[in-house]
Write a protein that binds this ligand. Structure first.
Ligand code: NAI
Length: 255
């Protein structure tokens, strides 16, 4: 198993891609900390892992990634209890779809706070430990929106492009310490974030059909498929991969 004797901290671990990543890491032997502002969601992830017959274990922590001090405390507590090998900065939010100039400043700040500063806070908390240890890695969840852009989601795309380039930058800083950093860039994935967006349409089924038709595979992704990519980047299978933006988009960007 790839993650025996490995501790993985996953933000946004209470839903969607974060939950499936936590489950995947635990299945492959890891000790997982599922951190989320939604304490019930994180607890549910832990319960699902406990109920499944897997080699790893999990615990949950209620955490707002925009609170730098709280992130530092949660990461330090993990280091103290289990050590830390993999930091997955995955928590993220979207905003109401619309023209750039109509995105409220409140929405802009909310999205920047979670998607950009949340990733910054997670890296800032984990890096000193990983450097001192001389091993381990970081996986940040960016988005296809941060690679090719996403009209009507300008603030979101802005943060995700930033996450991707920030990740490359820290990879350059960390390599000499034996620490890797990569970004995963998913296309649309069937999680509560996307389901909520589709439900806002007048005809959610037609909206889903239209979305899926734009993918080479004629469907959107499953959270398990993104979790598989995150686990790959975090594993020794990717030991020579760092500073990479791994697009996982069912061929959307190939069309
Ligand atoms: P989701 O909405 O299912 O899960 C996001 C989780 O982040 C939730 O559990 C939520 O409570 C948590 N969260 C939100 N704000 C937080 C905060 N301040 N502190 C801690 N946790 C917080 O969404 P999904 O789809 O699983 O998204 C995960 C990541 O993947 C996000 O960064 C998202 O931007 C990214 N992504 C998602 C895509 C999709 O199509 N679903 C596509 C590309 C990227």
């Amino acid at each position: 198993m790839r993650f025996n004797d490995t501790t993985v901290f996953v933000t946004g671990g209470g839903s969607g891609i974060g939950r499936e990543s936590a489950r995947r890491f635990a299945r492959e032997g890891a000790t997982v900390v599922a951190a989320d502002i939604d304490a019930d969601g994180a607890a549910e992830t832990v319960e699902q892992i406990a109920e499944s017959d897997v080699a790893g274990t999990a615990e949950s922590v209620e955490l707002d990634v925009t609170d730098a001090e709280a992130v530092q405390d949660a990461v330090d507590a993990t280091v103290e209890a289990h050590g830390l090998d993999v930091m997955v900065n995955n928590a993220g939010i979207s905003h109401t779809s619309g023209p750039m100039e109509e995105v409220s400043l409140t929405d802009r700040d909310r999205v920047f706070g979670v998607n950009a500063m949340g990733v910054w806070n997670g890296c800032r908390a984990a890096i000193p430990h990983l450097k001192e240890q001389g091993s381990g890695n970081i996986v940040n969840t960016a988005s296809l929106a941060g690679v090719i852009g996403q009209p009507w989601s300008s603030a979101y795309a802005f943060t995700k492009g930033g996450v991707a380039k920030f990740t490359r930058s820290i990879a350059g800083e960390l390599g000499r310490y034996g620490v890797r950093a990569n970004a995963v860039c998913p296309g649309f994935t069937d999680t509560p974030m996307v389901q909520g967006g589709l439900e806002d349409h007048e005809d959610p089924e037609a909206a889903r059909d239209s979305l899926e038709s734009q993918y080479a595979l004629k469907r959107i992704g499953e959270p398990e498929e993104i979790a598989g990519a995150i686990a790959f980047l975090a594993s020794d299978d990717a030991s020579f991969v760092t500073g990479h933006e791994l697009v996982v988009d069912g061929g959307y960007s190939a069309l």
